[in-house]
Write a protein that binds this ligand. Structure first.
Ligand code: NAD
Length: 329
């Protein structure tokens, strides 16, 4: 049994991670400012002596230090998440994602507690070297295009973590998530296309596809995302490295629209929305996203196993049960 801090533990991935860690018998402290995360994501653990929720910010260095002094390891997931949010709130996004991570690493260095940093497939930027390997070059756009600041903040988080490992010996590891989906996916959250399609499909509205819909993504069931995250934390072989955590199947957004329509059982139309209308005139898209998963397989013994068609039904079920909230979203 370990004492673990999960920052961002009230959020989508964080709350599933907390479920798995509590189930495994660990003691968990969640730090979340509830800016996006929700109490009902962890309400089922309240009353469990092995679970504690602290409402606060990773920007509060004193609080972060106090909590880290009590734990063996930190899963650092708290962040302003997603390109759309960062484009709308660029200063907050950069501040939380960079200063927050630095606060965590600085406090962890005082105790030697291992830190896992949640990074993103966004760090590969516009790279066309698909599938993406962790050691490949990244290709980010110009600093005048706000969209890239999210990728850059996550890349800087990785650099910060690995700098602490190299210079101070602090054990760190980074996980690069590829589009997680599953129950508790927040339609108002990081801008998941699955959340948008499900909400629209269940409300009988056309599915809005940005651009030509032929861009690809790799969608990962949150169960797999969580398993990969825990594997990265538990392994000593991953220290000072980044790991792709994703299901290695490339799916175009139009194909995803079909899969969602099938899973929901609806015949709603698709409408195409130019990127400029969705994100502003200076938007640049990432055309393809697919992870090479050989490093995680070799060093962590981890491989995602849930295909989209197997993972979507539970997500549809959850969206159906929360239809009322979706209608007001
Ligand atoms: N969901 C994905 O597919 C995906 C893909 C790539 C990377 N990630 C990364 O995974 C992590 C979790 O993402 P998620 O999808 O669960 O998003 P989420 O928004 O549901 O979770 C992030 C959590 O951080 C909290 N938070 C935000 N600012 C905070 C602050 N200053 N102090 C404390 N808590 C704060 C939010 O309230 C939220 O609960 C993030 O670091 C994100 O960048 C997610």
């Amino acid at each position: 049994m370990q004492r673990l801090l999960v920052t961002g533990g009230a959020g989508f991935i964080g709350s599933h991670l907390v479920d798995a860690l509590v189930d495994a018998g660990h003691e968990i402290i969640v730090l979340d400012d509830l800016s996006v995360g929700k109490r009902h994501n962890f309400a089922h653990h309240l009353g469990n002596a092995r679970f504690q929720f602290v409402e606060g910010s990773v920007l509060d260095a004193r609080l972060v230090g106090e909590l880290i002094a009590q734990v063996d390891a930190i899963y650092h997931l708290a962040a302003v998440v997603g390109v759309k949010y960062i484009v709308d709130n660029p200063v907050r996004g950069m501040r939380v994602n960079i200063r927050g991570t630095e606060n965590v690493l600085e406090a962890a260095q005082r105790t030697g507690a291992k830190v896992l940093v949640a990074s993103s497939s966004e760090v590969y930027g516009k790279s066309t070297q698909v599938p993406f390997r962790e050691e490949d070059n990244a290709l980010l756009g110009a600093t005048s295009v706000p969209r890239w600041s999210y990728a850059l903040s996550k890349m800087l988080d990785e650099h910060l973590a690995f700098a602490y490992t190299r210079q101070t010996g602090l054990p760190t590891v980074a996980v690069r998530y590829f589009n997680a989906y599953g129950p508790r996916l927040d339609p108002k959250g990081y801008g998941s296309v699955i959340a948008r399609f499900m909400t629209q499909a269940l409300c009988g509205q056309p599915l809005s596809v940005y651009g030509d819909g032929l861009q690809t993504r790799s969608f990962t069931c949150v169960e797999d995302t969580v398993r990969g995250t825990i594997a990265a934390m538990m392994s000593d072989r991953g220290v000072g490295q980044a790991f792709n955590i994703g299901y290695p199947m490339e799916v175009t957004i139009v194909a995803l629209a079909d899969l969602v329509r099938d899973a929901v059982g609806t015949g709603v139309d698709v409408t195409y929305i130019p990127y400029e209308r969705a994100f502003g005139t200076d938007f640049e898209e990432a055309r393809r996203r697919c992870p090479d998963v050989s490093r995680a397989r070799a060093l962590l013994g981890f491989e995602a196993s849930v295909s989209l068609s197997d993972g979507l039904p539970a997500t549809v079920q959850w969206f159906k049960e929360h239809r009322d909230e979706l209608n007001s979203a």
